[in-house]
Ligand binder design. Structure first.
Ligand code: ZN
Length: 267
């Protein structure tokens, strides 16, 4: 198997897990997602780890799923296989970030697109650099109903989520801060330092108190239907893969369309 492109660091009480394929804007392969889920489990199991940071090396956080990845594309051949693959690698892995019994902070710079947006927003906190931007152009680009986990209305509000997903535009770091989608926006040069300082401050609190606090906060969303809504969208998303328009966009078209958007032509 190819090297999955995940950098794992321990910085005092912090485990930092970073996308590490900057030459392809940290697009996520299936091997990367497997490695990330495994590293997350290790960080959860290690009592010396108090806080987890999900980051990225290079100019961008993540451009989304790596659509040239043979391991990803071979699961697009039929709906049954796609459902199993996306359940495991996209839904279950994302929910494990949400359910992690330790605080998880996303450290985001540059492009945070589609599946990158999805996993960053499953984290508890987001610290963004001033050059960060967010986009989920999947509806317009490939005729599929957004990404697998519809976390959007929960983190940006229903009205903003509708414009974001219908029109496929970008949200800047400053706009994300105004919506309450990110906790802080800092100069790019300060991103790592501010994120680690926040993580260290959180790490000084009782792990069990933090665990219970996170449980109650997440339950506040879950009582309002967070988990059921995500599950419902996951299934609807599978239907959109099978639609006439969705099917018409072959893997090659999908790659070309998203590639064009990542170059900035229509996002
Ligand atoms: Zn999908």
């Amino acid at each position: 198997m190819a090297e999955p492109g995940l950098l794992i660091e321990r910085i005092g009480p912090i485990a930092r897990l970073s996308h590490n394929r900057p030459e392809r804007r940290n697009a996520q392969s299936a091997a990367f997602l497997d490695a990330l889920d495994s590293a997350l489990a290790d960080a959860i199991a290690d009592p010396a780890v108090r806080v987890i940071v999900l980051g990225a090396t290079g100019a961008h956080f993540s451009a989304g799923h790596y659509l040239k990845d043979p391991d990803t594309m071979r699961h697009q051949r039929n709906p049954e296989d796609r459902y199993e693959f996306e359940s495991r690698c996209y839904r279950d892995y994302a929910l494990r970030l949400w359910d992690a019994p330790k605080p998880v902070i996303a450290q985001v710079q540059g492009a945070c697109i589609a599946a990158g947006f999805m996993i960053a927003n499953m984290c508890d906190l987001i610290v963004a650099s001033d050059d960060a931007f967010f986009a989920d152009p999947v509806v317009g680009a490939v005729a599929i109903s957004g990404v697998e986990m519809l976390v959007h209305p929960w983190v940006m509000g229903l009205r903003q989520a509708k414009e974001f997903l219908y029109a496929g535009g970008r949200v800047t770091a400053a706009e994300a801060l105004a919506m309450g989608m990110v906790n802080r926006v800092v100069p790019r040069a300060d991103l790592e330092g501010v994120t680690l300082e926040l993580a260290e401050r959180i790490a000084r609190s009782s792990p069990f108190a933090l665990r219970l606090m996170k449980r109650s906060l997440n339950r506040t969303a879950e009582i309002q239907g967070f988990r059921a809504a995500l599950d419902a969208h996951f299934d609807t998303h599978q239907l959109s893969h099978m639609s006439t328009d969705g099917q018409a966009r072959t893997a090659g078209d999908m790659g070309a369309a998203i590639g064009a958007m990542k170059r900035g032509s229509s996002v």
